[in-house]
Design a protein around this ligand. Structure first.
Ligand SMILES: C[S@@+](CC[C@H](N)C(=O)[O-])C[C@H]1O[C@@H](n2cnc3c(N)ncnc32)[C@H](O)[C@@H]1O
Length: 392
């Protein structure tokens, strides 16, 4: 395959809403240049090594796209012709399987699915015309993932270098109710300002995603460490030595046997069992998780960070959500003096019932739910109770 990644190629890393600035910091730290946060992502430039590192090392990236060319189209024929103009056999052969993902923000095109179909037709027709044989479509496990993005009449064609979403780290073997996306968990940890060495507690830990991601950060284990494969490994220009070098450097930078405290509880024995399995799978043995109601959970720390993802109320009776969130607020005030306590939730009623005023608020998404990520500063009791009680 002819090399299509230039030494200063432009890339687009995608992330979840609210994580753009964290992603930009991560990209800068791996050596990406011209890093610019954009809506739900960040653009950057770099070479192939930066592309591999972005996939392997960035905890808040969902996928990394490699734009390969652009053209203008006002209708489906122009789209078909524009896609067909590119010589696709410089990127892959008819033996490779394909998947096409369309995204459309345009007055000229309405349906992303239709755009994907037209793109697929143009590519397979080009192969059929040239070789009488065409590549197959495989939406499950394709060799090549093509992304067609249309903004008004501007069509950007990219290759998806990640393959499956990068939140699928590979260590989570099971999950309980409403498991959190790993990219979201890592982003929330970074937004909280927690630094390894400080105690970190999640007293509603579910499958343990927040705790696992925190431990991976603390031990400096690359988020890509557990993954079987990245999309770019199926490309004809894949440099295995380069990826192995990046993996080796990351391995050397690991800090084993983290001594700080990362732990918590959940009142569901099933959730705790799953969380412990996931931690074992990730080789994270220093996390302490108990079966306990959060109100009875004990710790001996005089400060630290709490991050929780409580139930949002979809499955609770009316009134119960207010009671639960009031108990959380009361527990923070009584048992977490000196802590910064963070909560992600979509429950407006719940937020009103916490009885504390946040010092920091972020808008984030958890799946399809619009959420707030709120930070509360619970000052130590001996000082004046400086946290501000919510009036309402
Ligand atoms: C939305 S889930 C958390 C999901 C978790 N972040 C994950 O990644 O899997 C909420 C969790 O709160 C737990 N929970 C609800 N009430 C609790 C209580 N009173 N004490 C402890 N855990 C509780 C539930 O069992 C559930 O696992």
């Amino acid at each position: 395959m002819e090399e299509f990644i230039q030494p200063k190629h432009s890339f687009l890393a995608k992330t979840l809403m609210g994580m753009e600035s964290i992603l930009a910091e991560e990209l800068t730290s791996i050596g990406a240049e011209n890093v610019l946060p954009v809506k739900r992502g960040a653009t950057f430039t770099g070479d192939k090594s930066v592309l591999y590192k972005a996939n392997y090392l960035c905890r808040t990236a969902i996928r990394i796209l490699v734009p390969i060319y652009e053209f203008t189209a006002h209708n489906e024929q122009m789209l078909y012709d524009g896609i067909k103009k590119f010589e696709w056999d410089q990127l892959f052969t008819y033996k490779n399987s394909l998947a096409i993902n369309g995204t459309v923000f345009s007055d000229y095109f309405n349906h992303s699915h239709y755009v994907s179909l037209k793109t697929k037709d143009a590519i397979v027709d080009q192969f059929r015309d040239k070789y009488t044989i065409r590549p197959n479509v495989d939406t499950e496990n394709p060799d090549i993932m093509i992304n067609v993005h249309i903004h008004q009449d501007k069509v950007t064609v990219s290759l998806d270098s990640s393959g499956s979403s990068l939140h699928l780290r590979g260590y989570k073997k099971d999950a309980k109710e409403a498991p959190m996306n790993e990219v979201l968990a890592a982003g929330l940890i970074k937004l909280s300002g927690w630094q390894p060495g400080e105690p970190l507690i999640d007293f509603m830990c579910g499958s343990g995603t927040i705790l696992s991601e925190a431990a991976l950060i603390a031990e400096n284990v690359a988020p890509g460490f557990f993954r079987q494969q990245f999309g770019f490994e199926k490309w004809g220009n894949f440099e295995e030595d380069l990826l192995n070098k990046i993996k080796g450097t990351a391995k050397e930078a690991e800090l084993n046997a983290y001594k700080g405290f990362i732990g918590g509880c959940d009142h569901s024995p099933g959730a705790v069992k799953v969380a412990l399995q996931n931690l074992k799978e990730a080789g994270l043995r220093n996390i302490e998780i108990e079966i306990s109601d959060f109100k009875k959970y004990h710790h001996n720390f005089e400060g630290g960070v709490v991050i929780i993802n409580p139930p949002y109320g979809e499955r609770l009776a009316v009134g119960d959500i207010e009671a639960l969130y009031k108990e959380i607020g009361d527990t923070w005030k009584q048992q977490y003096k000196g802590f910064k306590c963070w909560m992600i939730t979509s429950s407006k009623e719940g937020i009103k019932s916490i009885g504390l005023k946040p010092f920091k608020k972020y808008d984030v998404m958890n799946g399809a739910l619009e959420c707030k990520y709120l930070g509360f500063d619970i000052y130590a009791g001996s000082k004046k109770a400086k946290y501000t009680e919510n009036e309402g």
